[in-house]
Design a protein around this ligand. Structure first.
Ligand SMILES: [Zn+2]
Length: 399
């Protein structure tokens, strides 16, 4: 039986190799192959690449029991500021206990830890099944690839491996992309009074929306409505009063909110403006996304990613806490501030928790890194989670 320390070290080495393979969303073929190869080497019972291109490795006890999914997305955001990096974003350099590179923290470190951790648990899982999923396209459409796997595997619970700093995360806010469009009337800019300036109208809308109250939740934090882009039409406009303006908002919402309860206050606010300014014309809608996976499948839909909260005293959270303690981790409990694949599993009603190596603040940053020590500890954590979350009755003890 391999030792926890040895597998922790090998997970670090594997993370380093994963960082050296660029894997932008929609271009994950090579990294998926590397993961499938590693799972083969580690003796996984089955390895499959699904129609979207996600890798699914199975640890199967052969005895009926609980089914657990470990999820780690394999895609990363790009590097748009390489000149500002002091390290090679695809070098995987290790220095001072840190492994550097794009995706090191988000989330190749945790991915390597769960692949090695689940393999380590294989001899001690007496019942049930663990699926370790390397999912595609998370950075473009959170939850889509995981939801497809959850639908096929029907798990009892899902562990999202996004960075938690080895804490146990019990929720996240949802995310909605909202488009506001104003329309006016084009005119020559020397005679603006003959037109209706759609950008000026948008300015009034923006100021009004900024004062909308946001709800609060003690675990998840506050709702957020933030402008993420704005564009006028025509653009650029040479001596023309623009007749259209389109703004995109990112709305982080809480459990209990839905598209209706989010959009209604925005529409009411605009209706209030229109009462005073009858020529103001503005529409509010939810953005749609459409993306192609490297396997040629289309992922499309409204950009509404569910919020979720898992009860701290429920079976899954209680068992996970016990598992992490057994692995020498004293887990603090908190929530993600960003959106994760957990939106996909929670939407389908599957109990979801978060546990992972590294810190959320490192995601998408210049000189992204993960502490080697976090990967090693997370490997033990995932091994223990695999054992505890599948157990029913007596267990061999790895810890
Ligand atoms: Zn991530």
């Amino acid at each position: 039986v391999p030792s926890i320390d040895e597998y922790g070290r090998r997970a670090v080495d594997f993370c380093q190799r994963l960082v050296r393979i660029p894997s932008l969303s929609g271009s994950e073929a090579q990294v998926a192959q590397a993961i499938a190869g590693e799972m083969q080497l580690l003796g996984y019972d089955a390895i499959e690449i699904d129609s979207m291109g996600s890798v699914i490795g199975t640890i199967d006890s052969g005895v009926p029991g609980r089914t657990v999914i470990f999820d780690g997305h394999v895609d990363t955001v790009g590097v748009t500021d390489q000149a500002d990096w002091t390290r090679d974003p695809f070098g995987g350099e290790i220095e001072g206990g840190r492994l550097y590179g794009r995706g090191a923290s988000d989330m190749k470190g945790s991915l390597a830890a769960m692949i090695y951790g689940a393999a380590l648990s294989a001899k001690t899982v007496e019942a049930g099944t663990v699926y370790v999923c390397g999912t595609v396209m998370e950075e473009l459409f959170e939850g889509a690839a995981l939801a497809a796997i959850v639908g096929a595997c029907n798990p009892d619970c899902v562990v999202v491996g996004e960075s938690t700093g080895l804490c146990l995360n019990l929720g996240q806010r949802g995310r909605m992309e909202i488009v506001v469009e104003t329309s006016g009337l084009a005119a020559h800019s020397s005679t603006p009074h003959l037109g209706v300036n759609a950008v000026e109208k948008m300015t009034d809308v923006l100021v009004r929306l900024r004062s909308l109250p946001m709800p609060h939740d003690d675990l998840l934090g506050s709702g957020v409505l933030v402008l993420t882009d704005i564009i006028s039409s025509p653009y650029p406009a040479i001596s023309v009063v623009p007749h259209r303006c389109r703004a995109t908002f990112d709305r982080r919402f809480l459990v209990g909110e839905d598209p209706g309860s989010v959009l209604d206050p925005m529409r009411h606010a605009i209706a209030g403006l229109q009462a005073a300014d009858p020529i103001l014309s503005a529409q509010v809608s939810i953005a749609r996304g459409e993306y192609k996976t490297y396997t040629g499948r289309t992922i499309s839909g409204e950009k509404v990613l569910s919020a979720w909260k898992t009860p701290a005293d429920g079976l899954v959270a209680v068992t996970a806490r016990e598992a992490l303690k057994a692995a020498g981790i004293e887990p603090r409990e908190k929530a993600y501030s960003f959106c994760t694949n957990g939106s996909g599993s929670a939407r389908l009603g599957v109990t979801t928790i978060g546990f992972g190596a590294g810190f959320e603040e490192q995601a998408h940053t210049r000189d992204e890194y993960i502490e080697v020590d976090q990967i090693e500890k997370a490997t033990a954590g995932f091994a223990s989670l695999a054992q505890y979350l599948t157990r029913s009755g007596r267990q061999m003890r790895l810890f």
